[in-house]
Ligand binder design. Sequence first.
Ligand code: GLN
Length: 194
Amino acid sequence: MKIGVLALQGAVTEHIVSIEKTGAQGLPIKRAEQLEEIEGLIIPGGESTTIGKLMRKYGFIEAIRDFAGQGKPVFGTCAGMIVLAKRIDGGEPAHLELMDITVARNAFGRQRESFECDLEVKGISEPVRAVFIRAPLIKEVGPDVDVLTVYKDEIVTARQGNLLVSSFHPELTDDYRLHQYFADMVEYSAAANQ
Ligand code: GLN
């Protein structure tokens, strides 16, 4: 099974290492045509305005909408979550507009720019180590969105069908269970599409 990581900007290598721990093959995706080679896609953290700009420049907006439209799973972490959202708080234009959530960027305030903690994720038995770096949070969710993690009353992990998002960086620890959760989504959708 092949899982790609959008490799325009941001934390790409770390995601590939975590994907490979699940037993799947991880591939950096630099051109939209490469989406045909993979069964699932991760959009990494980084800077969402930059990633959005590069996605437009290299034809990824329509290509990823099409990929997700075929039921193939997409996982957005941190900036990747912002890029997947239908709405960005404050009125900034959204990017892929795929997931029915409103996100707020840099939502944890200055003193808390970066921090770590252990969080319960629905569907994973023991708490997951979460690293937050200038992280966004989810302010609103639509009716089809399943909330997987709440941290201090704020939603930080959620799923809508084949779309998964987290405010934190699961690729920056040795704990690859969120990648395993995603790999299981990919395996399930690949089996259903055969
Ligand atoms: N603050 C970044 C943004 O708004 C996201 C930070 C991250 O991906 N670590 O795009």
